[in-house]
Write a protein that binds this ligand. Structure first.
Ligand SMILES: NC(=O)c1ccc[n+]([C@@H]2O[C@H](COP(=O)([O-])OP(=O)(O)OC[C@H]3O[C@@H](n4cnc5c(N)ncnc54)[C@H](O)[C@@H]3O)[C@@H](O)[C@H]2O)c1
Length: 344
């Protein structure tokens, strides 16, 4: 019996999320890490990672200036993009043109137009382009999706999404150039549209800058808290709240009301301990960051990508789905700016 050789892989960007994907790439027997690409100041870190994961002699460190070596390497089958958002489009296009399959962090690019160009190129080159919306691969979120699509709560009527995090650094906001709807709420937008199964017909949004760190967001012409309503042609109404600076941990909940029932995900706590005294009942704190909360979803999404490249599954984040999320994000940003309801 012959076994399929591992796919040669290159990773662009070894920052926060890149390091999560690198560990999962190393753990995945169907991938062989060949290249780590990042700026010069990250090369020491990359060497340490190569050492930690015993990749010496297999993976090589490359500066972004020399990244063409990756695209011309016939041993590279897949490229995984974890760089700041403004750099995605260029890397995706070069990789697809060179015949590589691409998995890229969200948001795929900064605009709908660029996203469409990337998917057109993927089609022309017959390669997979996977925008890694990891929440779709979270156990609770995936099960909720399955139960809703099986009709267990009847026809969907209202979806309510709450997404609160502990803030972003100045560096991150500077490098990613995407405001709250494109950078943060895009996860929720993607999930809601996937769940409802269509594109909203109209949306509206409100925002405020009300946290203790308000000046930071103001300096990037952004807000730190948004609420939005998405109206769908099939009658579903979705409500979203995204808050950057919530000093309560990483709070992520979705609730769906259908004609036959209600279904909701739960926040995950650091432990299930519950302490009771005469004067109080106390649960443990929430997990603090996306790295804790969604850690299990990342290897699952990578496995999905590898399956798709090997022809075993269809990618569940379609071109249409990714473009829809970008369109809704742009419409919500427009509504926030103008104060108007925006039709799609
Ligand atoms: N799925 C999620 O939940 C999730 C979470 C965090 C970030 N992200 C996305 O991942 C991307 C990166 O975010 P991050 O938080 O890891 O940022 P980060 O700043 O921690 O890491 C980015 C890395 O890319 C490197 N880099 C910059 N330009 C490069 C280039 N042209 N080629 C190669 N490397 C380059 C930087 O030096 C850095 O090491 C963003 O698009 C962000 O939206 C997704």
């Amino acid at each position: 019996m012959t076994s399929t050789p591992p796919l040669g892989a290159a990773l662009f960007g070894v920052g926060r999320i890149g390091q999560v994907h690198l560990k999962n790439m190393v753990d995945n027997a169907r991938l062989r890490v060949q290249w780590l690409v990042d700026v010069t100041s990250q090369h020491d870190l990359m060497m340490r990672l190569i050492d930690r994961y015993r990749l010496t002699g297999e993976a090589k460190v490359l500066d972004i200036e020399d990244s063409d070596k990756v695209f011309s390497d016939p041993g590279v089958d897949v490229v995984i993009v974890c760089t700041p958002t403004p750099t995605h489009s260029d890397i995706i296009k070069k990789a697809l043109t060179a015949g590589k399959h691409v998995m890229c962090e969200k948001p795929l690019t900064l605009t709908v137009a660029e996203t469409k160009e990337c998917y057109d190129l993927a089609k022309q080159n017959n390669r997979i382009l996977f925008c890694a919306y990891n929440r779709r691969f979270d156990k609770q979120f995936y099960t909720l999706y399955q139960r809703c699509t099986r009709g267990e709560v009847g026809n969907l009527r209202v979806v309510r999404f709450t997404s609160r995090e502990g803030g972003q650094s100045q560096e991150y906001l500077k490098h990613n150039k995407s405001r709250i709807f494109l950078d943060m709420a895009i996860h929720d937008i993607d999930y809601i549209c996937w769940l409802v199964g269509e594109k909203p017909s109209s949306v509206c949004a409100f925002g405020s800058i009300s946290s203790d760190n308000a000046e930071l967001y103001k300096s990037f012409q952004d807000v730190d808290c948004v609420t939005a309503i998405l109206n769908f042609p099939n009658g579903v109404m979705a409500q979203m709240e995204d808050t950057r600076e919530a000093n309560i941990g990483y709070e992520q909940r979705v609730e769906v009301l259908g004609t036959k029932g209600l279904i909701q995900t739960q926040n995950i706590r650091t432990s299930e301990l519950h302490t009771i005294t005469q004067n109080s009942c106390q649960s443990e704190a929430l997990l603090q960051t996306f790295l804790d909360r969604y850690i299990d979803s990342f290897p699952t999404e990578l496995e999905h990508f590898v399956n798709a490249v090997q022809g075993k599954e269809d990618i569940i984040v379609s071109a249409e789905g990714c473009i829809t999320a970008m369109e809704v994000s742009e419409a919500l940003s427009k509504s926030l700016k103008t104060g108007n309801i925006v039709k799609l």
